[in-house]
Design a protein. Structure first.
Length: 189
């Protein structure tokens, strides 16, 4: 009986500790900015001028960037990344001039192989690190900032901020040949 009580008590403490940093709404993520892009934005084959950088919603390319825990070594096109956000993906970007190699390794570990996430460098980013989902953006100075994991955990495939819940993040073509910033759509335009 004493052993069972101790085991249950230990389990409760462990569950409470594991849930201590979890958030249940975007407003619990300190510093997160929320925007208001309507669901169902259009597919375009031309470049889009976005208000935010990196963007958090709006018109986008018909081809989405793979977001199956993909770590890109190139600055991927906004228009493809925004389509992934529409599918419920979370896009983490970093300025390679403002983050250290160990921070890039930490970000890669957070993203690699985790469905719904993608990571790419973004030279000239206004912050060392920025996380985007549809209608939400969070900027941080360090890859070890706990808000990154909180935001990634809460926002990835979150049906409340996913215009196309259930849509796939898988796109082997984009992994094999990612479109980079400044390139034209494969659809032409």
């Amino acid at each position: 009986m004493v052993f069972a009580t101790a085991a249950i008590g230990y389990a409760v403490v462990q569950v409470n500790r594991a849930n201590a940093d979890k958030v249940t709404s975007t407003d619990q993520i300190a510093g997160a900015r929320v925007y208001d892009y309507p669901n169902g934005q259009g597919h375009v084959a031309t470049p889009v001028e976005y208000e935010e950088s990196p963007p958090v919603g709006g018109d986008h390319d018909a081809e989405w960037a793979d977001c199956t825990g993909t770590v890109y070594s190139v600055d991927i096109r906004n228009e493809n990344a925004v389509h992934s956000l529409e599918h419920g993906g979370v896009w983490i970007t970093y300025d390679p001039e403002r983050v250290r190699e160990d921070d890039i390794a930490t970000l890669s570990t957070l993203v690699d192989g985790r469905s719904g996430l993608m990571l790419s460098p973004r030279p000239g980013l206004g912050a060392p690190i920025s996380l985007q989902s549809w209608n939400t953006q969070l900027t941080v100075d360090s890859a070890t900032d706990p808000r990154l994991r909180q935001a990634a955990d809460f926002l990835t495939f979150n049906p409340e901020n996913t215009p196309e819940p259930g849509a796939t993040c898988e796109n082997p073509t984009f992994i094999g040949t990612p479109l980079v910033a400044g390139e034209a759509s494969r659809a032409g335009g």
